[in-house]
Structure formats: C-alpha cells, structure tokens
Design a protein around this ligand. Structure first.
Ligand code: ADP
Ligand code: ASP
Ligand code: MG
Length: 448
C-alpha cells in the first residue's frame, strides 16, 4: 500500500491512511509512503539555496515543514510517541544542517549531497506514519528503505539492482510480516552498493512500492493518491475526466511514460514481471474501487482509453544528405545521445532527416554541437507530447483520421504511430496543449 504526498499531507490525511491500512490489516499489508506534500520540493529548493552559499536561509526555509511534522505528531501520536518522534526530528534537523553546510562549501560531490538532503522527506514521513499507526493500534515498524533497495550510483535517478534488492526485501520483511507486524517504508529513497543514499527519481515512491510488492509476490500493489484511479485525461485540464475501471499494463506504461503523473512509469515493470495487479485508488474515497491495472484487458476495437500529455518538450531535427541510402547514420546519431546520457522520447524519420523529442535539456548544447557534425540541426523549444492510448488502437480503422480531423487547424510537429500498437503519439506547441486535450476528450469521451 503506497501513500502519495497528498495522502500524507496533514493530520487528517495521516488519520485517513491509518484507517485505510486498518481495513487491510488481515491481509498482511506493507506500507510505503512518500514525503509529506511539498516537502521534496522544499528540500530541493533548500539544496539550491545552499548551493549558492546561503545555507542559513536554506535551513530556515525548512522550518515550516519541520513544524508540519511536529503538528501531526502532536495531534495524533500521544505524548510518549510525540517525544520520541521529536528526538528523531531533532537528529534529522542537525544532520540536514550539516549537509547543507557541506553543500554551500561543496565539500562532497553535489549530486551525492543532493540525494542525501532530499531523502529526509521520506525518512521523516515514514517514521511519523509508523508512530501514527502504532498510536492507532496497528502493529507497525518503520524500516529504512536504504537497507532494502540497492541501486547503482546514478544520483537523482538511480536504477535498482533487482537480485540484491529482492533478496534483502525478502530477508528483512518476511519475518516481520510473519510475526504480524506492518513494515512502514519511505518510498523514493535507496542506497548504492557503497552505502550512499540515492533516490529513484521524482515520483519514485510508486516504483519503491512496486519493487517491494514484486519481491514479496504481493497479491496486489495499491497506489493511494488524490484522484480516483487513472482517468481519461489529466483532471486539471478536463474536470469531467472519468475513472477507467481497468487498464492493461501496456496501456498504463504508455500513459505513465507520456505524462500521466498518477503513476511513475517504471512502476509497471516489476508488476508485469511477477503478474501482480496494480490498483490506483483515492485516499479520500477509499470505498471506490479505482482503476485496476492488469496483464490483459478487454479490447474494444476503435475505442481509446485515455489521453496523456507532457509539456516542456524540445524537438531536435537533424537533416543530412548523407543519410540518403547510407548505413551507420542512425548509429552515429544515437551514440551521441548515449554519450551524454540523454533520453529520447519520440522519434520519426524520413529519407534524409530525423526528428526526435527530449524532455531533459541539461546537455542540449553539447549534443547539438556534436550533431552538427552529422548534418543541419534545428532546435524547437516549448513543445508538448500528446499520447492517445488504448488497446482498441491495435485493430482500428479510422481512429487516426478521427483524431487528426478533430485537430484540423492545429499544426502538428511530429507524429509517431505503430511502434507500440496501443498508442498514437504526436507533438504540438505547448500553448495549444490544453485546447487539444479538451477537444479530444470531448470528441472521444463526452459525446458518447
Ligand atoms: P501522489 O502524490 O499521490 O503520488 P501525483 O501528484 O504524483 O500524486 O499524481 C496524481 C495526480 O496526477 C493527480 O492529482 C492528477 O492531477 C495527475 N494526473 C495526470 N494525468 C492523470 C490521469 N490520466 N489520471 C489520473 N491522474 C492524472
Ligand atoms: N517525494 C518524492 C517526490 O516528490 C517521491 C514521490 O513522492 O513519489 O518526487
Ligand atoms: Mg506520484
């Protein structure tokens, strides 16, 4: 059972989480929690402030968030537990202060310090949640995820080493579960083989939950969030978006990858490997079933399930006469992206040109300089990827034309279809994204 940031944002939310876990207590739950809402952002901002040399303001800016933790503990855990949580919080504060000083002096590699700083969100929320559970008569025990999830040392977005992680999770958690205890883990955080703190990337608590669920061969992985399941599109754009009853793993993976923030894209992988259903449900409406993500779902030809989008995308176009009938060109091109560890999302090629999209432009300048050796390069910022997903696209006729005729007057920069049979992906200007989603949603979901 994974609780996202808004599902542990204040005392009411902690109490709701305790009630939800109490309902499942007969089913040997394991709980994974995110940091309290806004805490991860605050820690990252504090890191940036300290990096500029101003560690005092950096530390000061966190005080309001420490207080939020104290308030929950005062309101929900009773005096003795409150005291012990406060001692833990005081330790965390002095460790964080020390880390922020190191950041301002750059006395250790910054990427390493950043993960160490940001990990306190989940370290504290998991301790607090375990205390709240204990105060609610749940037999909970906080476990440090850094002793369970082993990763490489790609700070900021580390990759778990599955065999070792699986062994550790089984070894450490199985005896607790057998003894009737409820392990409570911080999501998102892990450690490298060398024992340094790492994190799994933004939104990574979902991934932690899936790793734990897979290692323990759980009956189900539950993602508790602030919306009722996976919806037909982002509810912030169309409030009338509807909950999907079921999704296939493949559909869910495409949606997550192309921006449906409700699930971390990598969550699906461990679930698929061990065929564990994932349920996305709303901590404000626990009685609703939410969305079940299953290996297979029914195919209704010519229908779509959901529309995802991701903004802040950059298009690169490389054209070169050398591509004409030449081999080795694509390989040379991809090697450049590999060298700078830049991830490509969507790609489309013609005889003499390639267009592709990136959402991380940290190494853009170097990549562009190298690409110029292959051909002419154009860069277009301010783009958005829109991804229409549904198993029904597999054997569809006319769906693509219906999508694009709905968007007749909107310039489309790039289209990709056919690589995965369950999606059609295209790129438009960012300022058109809300209009495009609204129109597609109306066409496919509200007129039926
Ligand atoms: P959590 O803190 O629980 O991990 P997130 O903020 O990461 O929650 O994800 C939930 C949010 O994802 C929702 O509040 C919603 O705004 C957004 N979202 C985007 N696309 C979708 C979608 N297709 N279905 C559901 N939620 C979506
Ligand atoms: N707290 C982390 C984040 O905000 C991880 C998560 O919530 O899943 O990105
Ligand atoms: Mg999330």
């Amino acid at each position: 059972m994974k609780f996202g940031g808004t599902s542990v944002q204040d005392s009411e939310a902690f109490a709701r989480a305790a009630a939800i876990v109490t309902d499942e207590r007969e089913n040997s739950p394991v709980v994974v929690t995110s940091a309290m809402a806004k805490v991860t952002d605050a820690l990252l901002n504090a890191f940036e402030t300290a990096k500029k040399g101003d560690f005092e303001n950096a530390f000061e800016s966190l005080e309001q968030h420490f207080e939020r933790h104290t308030r929950v503990s005062e309101e929900l855990t009773g005096e003795a537990r409150q005291k012990s949580f406060q001692t833990e919080l005081d330790y965390a504060k002095s460790e964080l202060k020390d880390l922020l000083i190191r950041v301002s002096r750059r006395s250790l590699p910054l990427s390493m310090l950043k993960d160490a700083v940001v990990s306190y969100g989940e370290q504290l929320s998991s301790r607090l949640l375990a205390e709240v559970f204990l105060a609610t008569n749940l037999n909970a025990r906080q476990m440090d995820s850094r002793r369970l999830i082993v990763t490489d040392d790609e700070y900021g977005s580390a990759a778990p080493i599955w065999d070792e992680t699986e062994k550790l999770i089984k070894l450490e958690l199985t005896p607790l579960i057998k003894a009737g205890e409820i392990p409570v883990l911080g999501g998102f955080i892990a450690a490298s083989r060398g024992g340094e703190t790492t994190v799994l990337g933004r939104g990574g608590s979902d991934y932690s939950a899936a790793l734990v669920g897979a290692a323990l061969r759980a009956r189900e992985i539950q993602i508790w969030t602030d919306v009722t399941g996976v919806l037909t599109c982002d509810p912030r754009i169309c409030p009338e978006a509807r909950t999907l009853k079921t999704l296939s793993y493949e559909e869910a993976a495409e949606l997550a990858y192309f921006g449906a923030k409700v699930l971390h894209p990598k969550t699906i992988k461990p679930a698929v490997d061990y065929k564990i259903p994932v349920r996305v449900c709303n901590s404000h409406e626990p009685e609703k079933r939410g969305t079940m993500i299953l290996a297979e779902t029914e195919h209704i030809p010519n229908t779509i399930k959901s529309i995802a989008h991701k903004t802040g995308i950059t298009i690169l176009r490389v054209s070169s006469a050398r591509m004409l009938g030449a081999f080795g060109f694509m390989s040379a091109l991809f090697q450049i992206f590999e060298r700078y560890r830049v991830v490509i999302d969507v790609i489309s090629t013609s005889e003499v040109s390639v267009a592709l999209t990136l959402d991380n432009t940290d190494s853009l300048e170097q990549v562009v300089n190298e690409l110029k050796r292959l051909g002419d390069v154009e860069v277009e910022h301010g783009q958005a990827v829109v991804c229409v997903v549904g198993e029904g696209l597999r054997a569809s006729s006319g769906l693509a034309s219906k999508i694009f005729s709905t968007l007749e007057d909107i310039p489309i920069s790039l289209i990709s279809h056919g690589a995965s049979s369950v999606n059609i992906t295209f790129v438009i200007k960012e300022d058109k994204v809300s209009e495009v989603i609204k129109r597609l949603h109306k066409e496919f979901f509200t007129t039926r």
